[in-house]
Design a protein around this ligand. Structure first.
Ligand SMILES: [Zn+2]
Length: 263
């Protein structure tokens, strides 16, 4: 019994085989999925998919570089319309900070405002936030601190930082989600986080179709490979596969307030 707490089932890679993908995953023990919105268009799609399948939940959000053509007011309005439109929406995101040297990226100051707008919605609607972090540890921490007194809850997804940052976000009540990055070489800092994270504060995910396991680098990732994340986490935490499956399932349902039938 596993849940993929962060995947992108509306990605074009799955357009023609979603039904099969879900069936395959269920046969392998992955019973539930949270599919993640990244833009105004994707948000509509994730809502649709989660309305179509009982075992799929979704989040709506604006990724740091998406919808640069729209004003923050319009984006906020769109997200609020989304939130009010479906009971399958269990969180806001993915949103956060993404620092690269690509020309197409949103300016950092604007990224911060967009992130804060989404955090304020998460607080307003009492739902958790899924945080994306690329090279933004300190900025994210400072922003999350501002909202932590407002009962902001959430998860740092695809965690790829060190124990010091992990400890700080755990102290704010956040969860940490591990992806197949735990199978990549030279990830000593990340593996230390896996080892140290309390058993009631971690999730597992695939971020499919991105970030396949090390043995499949360069290929399309699938939710079924969340099993590989669970295996690796179990090995590092010196627990059994079943223990890690159960803990991560329970933690995900608790964070996103999901009543999964299989729990
Ligand atoms: Zn993602």
């Amino acid at each position: 019994m596993l849940i993929d707490s962060h995947c992108h089932l509306t990605h074009e890679f799955y357009e023609n085989n979603l039904e099969e993908l879900i069936k395959d995953s269920i046969e392998l023990g992955i019973s539930n999925f949270i599919t993640i919105g990244t833009s105004v268009l994707e948000n509509q799609k994730v809502i649709q998919v989660s309305e179509n399948y009982e075992n799929i939940f979704c989040t709506v959000g604006i990724y740091p570089h998406e919808n640069q053509e729209l004003t923050f007011d319009n984006l906020k309005k769109s997200l609020e319309e989304n939130i009010n439109s479906s009971k399958k929406i269990v969180g806001i995101g993915e949103c956060g900070i993404d620092i690269t040297n690509r020309d197409s990226q949103r300016k950092l100051e604007d990224q911060k405002s967009l992130f804060e707008m989404q955090l304020s919605l998460a607080v307003k609607y009492g739902i958790p936030v899924t945080v994306h972090n690329r090279n933004g540890d300190e900025i994210i921490l400072n922003i999350l601190k501002k909202y932590s007194s407002n009962n902001l809850r959430g998860v740092i997804h695809c965690f790829d930082s060190n124990w010091s940052f992990a400890k700080n976000v755990l102290d704010l009540g956040f969860y940490i989600s591990f992806s197949n990055m735990v199978t990549y070489p030279k990830k000593d800092a990340l593996l230390e986080v896996v080892k140290n994270v309390p058993k009631d504060r971690f999730l597992i995910e695939t971020d499919s179709p991105y970030l396949p396991p090390q043995s499949m680098r360069g290929e399309i990732n699938y939710p079924k490979y969340v099993k590989i994340v669970a295996e690796k986490v179990a090995q590092i935490k010196q627990k059994t596969f079943n223990e890690v499956s159960e803990l991560s399932f329970k933690n995900t349902c608790s964070l996103f307030n999901i009543c999964c039938q299989n729990l």
